[in-house]
Write a protein that binds this ligand. Structure first.
Ligand code: MN
Length: 200
């Protein structure tokens, strides 16, 4: 089996005016596709050739000889997770069970939003911000990860993510990353997806 590019869960125009069709054409059709192509090229004729994506990521993490495999395969997984973290007519408030947990662990929904904004805005250079569930203390947390780093290899369960690589927002927001983050929170978050991950 080889790694494949999943279809977007909505039409390329569906996130306008917040994320343009042009951004999705490049972000999904070129960037995400390139990570898929690179992963397949790099695992060819190696023991990981027939492994599933999560195995490829976990086996290559923290292995200096497999940096390229890790970077590309983790980016395949992170992007697929990101496409599901957003949806047309998203944003607003989470379903009650998740809202209750957010209030319990962050103090208030506003505190969560501020912490998420702060993490996404201050990830220096390229990377991701995440809402995760930490099984070690049973709490929700906000984390940021550089480049291709992913909660999958840190014993954390991801609930949702925002891509803060420039290619995610530059065509629509240029250098205004904070505007992209605010729009993501207000209009794009797929809280049902986050709830599903929390309950899984
Ligand atoms: Mn990206």
């Amino acid at each position: 089996m080889s790694v494949t590019l999943p279809d977007l869960p909505y039409e390329k125009k569906a996130l306008e005016p917040y994320i343009s069709e042009k951004t999705l054409e490049f972000h999904h059709g070129k960037h995400h596709q390139a990570y898929v192509t690179n992963t397949n090229n790099l695992i060819q004729n190696t023991p990981l050739e027939k492994a599933d994506l999560e195995t490829i990521i976990k086996e290559s993490a923290n292995d200096p000889s497999k940096v390229g495999i890790f970077n590309n395969s983790a980016q395949v997984w992170n992007h697929t997770f990101y496409w599901h973290s957003i949806k047309p007519k998203g944003g607003g408030e989470p379903p009650k069970s998740l809202m209750d947990k957010i209030i319990s662990d962050f103090g208030s929904f506003d505190n969560f939003k501020n912490e998420f904004k702060q993490a996404a805005a201050t990830q220096f250079g390229s990377g991701w911000a995440w809402l995760v569930y930490d099984p070690s203390d049973k709490k929700l947390k906000v984390i940021k990860t550089p480049n291709a780093e992913t909660p999958l290899t840190k014993n954390l369960k991801p609930l949702l993510t925002i891509d803060v690589w420039e290619h995610a927002y530059y065509l629509d927001y240029q250098n205004r990353r904070p505007d992209y983050i605010d729009t993501f929170i207000q209009h794009l978050i797929n809280w049902e997806f986050a709830l599903k991950n929390y309950e899984s």
